[in-house]
Design a protein around this ligand. Structure first.
Ligand code: GUN
Length: 300
């Protein structure tokens, strides 16, 4: 039986519509407009695309978008001064410093200078600690998007066996904490894991976030399992013509879709959820800052 395809694009559009509805209510009932500031240092082409897309969607949901661009040569002091300014700005409820930063800047130092209440990436050490200890944190956007899709697919996740492949600070580790918080039995697998196929085969939920194209094979998947593919890998696609490329996930989609109960495609799965969750986090930060109830279903 073929798996249900989890349509991340449609899901993300629903999340953004929900956020837009709440933003409209905040503005009309309380005179508050949530604001998101995005800081880009340097000229990295991929980062420029992400930042433009974030700004566009922020405006589409009715929020205020503040974009700050610093040259590649910016000093740590200049960047920290900007972060300090944004921390103090009442119009700004969320701050995102686009990563990667140029090599001469210390990302941890900069991220930990953001007011944790405005850290919509959930990367500040205080939010990492809050998530790990079950206190209301800002949750990193990609794992939050994965969790919302899993909840939508399963309802309760309690007691399910979950495997997270990848132990990054941005996806693997927060995903572990989120799934544990849902009362899953969670294994975190990584490059040194022995017999990964065996570990994956026992999982009701597989979250793949390793950045290796088509690494997880269909015959590793337990029949009926839910597969969330976080990987976005560009590979050569000579079948499309000379020099052409295409995007694939960390999971071999065609074979996995024969076995899984539900699976996210690449593209159009987890990817669109990341910005939707960034907007949801900005709304959450704004509600918390103003002592208002948090948006339902968009937090943990
Ligand atoms: N660069 C790529 N993804 C992200 C993200 O989620 N947050 C930030 N700050 N930078 C990124």
């Amino acid at each position: 039986m073929a798996a249900t395809i989890i349509d991340g694009k449609a899901f993300a559009a629903r999340v953004r519509a929900q956020v837009a509805g709440q933003v409209a209510r905040l503005t009309s009932e309380h005179g508050i407009t949530p604001g998101l500031a995005v800081v880009l240092v340097g000229e990295d082409p991929a980062s420029q695309v992400y930042v433009r897309s974030k700004g566009k969607m922020t405006i589409e949901v009715g929020m205020a978008s503040f974009e700050h661009r610093l040259p590649e040569t910016a000093t740590e002091g200049e960047l920290l001064d900007l972060v300090d300014c944004l921390n103090k700005d009442d119009q700004v409820h969320g701050i995102l410093v686009q990563l990667p930063l140029p090599d001469h800047l210390n990302s941890n130092l900069v991220i930990n200078a953001i007011d944790p209440a405005k850290d919509v990436d959930g990367f500040h050490i205080s939010n990492v600690g809050r998530l790990g200890t079950g206190q209301n944190a800002m949750v990193p956007c990609t794992p939050l998007g994965c969790l919302l899709m899993l909840r939508d697919t399963h309802g309760s996740l309690s007691g399910l066996d979950a495997v997270v492949i990848g132990r990054s600070n941005i996806v693997g580790k927060p995903m572990f904490n989120l799934l544990l918080g849902e009362s899953c039995t969670v294994t975190v697998a990584h490059s040194r894991t022995k017999d990964l196929p065996k570990v994956v085969r026992r999982a009701d939920i597989v979250v793949a976030a390793v950045g290796r194209p088509n690494m997880v094979k269909g015959n590793w998947i337990k029949p009926g399992a839910t597969v969330i593919d976080v990987g976005i890998n560009r590979i050569d696609a000579p079948e499309r013509g000379e020099g052409k490329t295409r995007l694939v996930g960390d999971v071999e989609f065609d074979s996995a879709a024969q076995v899984a109960g539900a699976i996210t495609p690449v593209p159009g799965g987890v990817g669109p959820m990341t910005i939707a969750c960034l907007l949801a986090n900005t709304l959450t930060a704004c509600c918390r800052a103003n002592g208002l109830p948090e948006p339902e279903g968009l937090t943990v």
